[in-house]
Design a protein around this ligand. Structure first.
Ligand code: PHE
Length: 344
């Protein structure tokens, strides 16, 4: 009896050590300790043991039972931990792995320039105003002192939808819309960025669709010197360098007097090069003192208030600033071209 018990102890020890998953351990528990298990079977022979040996053998049997019990429990815990370790290792995320790059779009050069223009002017107290791209003849022409027979109204120059409605040919109508909304209040200090349309044949310097940023200041005592001061400050900020500026007389129906502003060439600083066609100067915008008829038409007393307006082309500024040789590049959506501006 004693030998059988000892043999069972050995056998169980070996079997439990050799088990390598929880299922095997469960089977071993049934095999040794279950109701039909081997230890139970041995103990069934207790009736044949002599009365004086019985306590000793019984004690031994109990000892072996609890020993097997402990071994199984230990091994089960070990197996459970090992299984957990294995799962954690399998599910581990390698945080040192380099991230897959997510391709991000870049800023279109025109958008970049428009935003820079907005930043510069809002920094000087201007407010951004917007208006519709489909405009009425009144806002696009009439209220801007462009009389009925003005050549700009020609079917050749403008995209008409009906005789009264057209795609705006400049952002100047937003001047008039804003002044009407303000109902004679001052100051007016706005810039109006947006798309405009003209029936030009597309070539290296013309596009039938392009951008403008219009500016308007109306208040008491606004003079030409304010116009020049603000636009000169703008140009230096825009191109990020010290510049000479000059105003040349020009003509726009909605300003009087009218001027064009040139800056000293950003490439040769005025010495003369291909960019400035050897003149040393580059024209960047049109401007002037708001025509009294425009002020009056929009509800402002031109005896009390004066103002200046200007209009510039972000496309042209983008061409100059980034050294682009053809305006059509800005509208053909060639990724090889556009990717060069991803960081601007
Ligand atoms: N609207 C003019 C143009 O399209 C530009 C401009 C605006 C000129 C305001 C003077 C004042 O050419």
């Amino acid at each position: 009896m004693r030998e059988r018990l000892e043999a069972l102890r050995k056998e169980a020890e070996v079997a439990i050590q050799a088990a390598d998953d929880l299922e095997q351990l469960r089977d071993l528990r049934v095999q040794y300790l279950g109701k039909k298990g081997e230890l139970t079977a041995v103990l069934r022979g207790m009736k044949d043991v002599s009365a004086e040996d019985r306590p000793v053998i019984g004690g031994l049997a109990n000892e072996i039972r609890s020993q097997i019990e402990n071994l199984l429990a230990e091994k089960e815990t070990a197996e459970r931990e090992a299984a957990l370790e294995k799962r954690l290792a399998a599910e581990a995320i390698d945080v040192t792995l380099a991230a897959r790059p997510q391709p991000l779009g870049g800023m279109h050069p025109i958008t970049a320039v428009v935003e820079q223009i907005e930043d510069i002017f809002t920094g000087m107290g201007f407010v951004v105003a917007e208006g519709p791209e489909v405009e009425t003849d009144r806002y696009n022409f009439e209220a801007l002192n462009l009389p009925q027979d003005h050549p700009a109204r020609d079917m050749q120059d403008s995209f008409y939808i009906t005789p009264e409605i057209l795609l705006r040919t400049h952002t100047s109508p937003v001047q008039v819309r804003t002044m009407e909304e303000k109902e004679g209040q001052v100051p007016v200090k706005i810039i109006c960025p947006g798309k405009v349309y003209r029936r030009d044949d597309d070539d290296a310097t013309h596009s039938h669709q392009f951008y403008q940023v219009e500016g308007l200041v109306v208040d008491r005592g606004i003079a030409m010197s304010e116009l020049h001061g603000i636009l000169a400050a703008f140009a230096e900020k825009m191109f990020g360098m010290a510049l000479e500026t000059r105003l040349r007389p020009s003509y726009f129906p909605f300003t009087e007097p009218s001027v064009e502003m040139d800056i000293s060439c950003i490439k040769c600083s005025g010495k003369g090069c291909r960019m400035c066609k050897q003149t040393g100067w580059i024209e960047i915008l049109g401007a002037g003192m708001v025509h009294p008829r425009v002020l009056e038409g929009a509800g402002y007393d031109s005896e009390r208030y004066t103002g200046f307006a200007f209009g510039m082309g972000p496309d042209r500024i983008a061409l100059l600033k980034y050294g682009i040789d053809d305006i059509r590049h800005l509208y053909t959506n060639d990724l090889k071209f556009l990717r060069q501006f991803q960081s601007v």
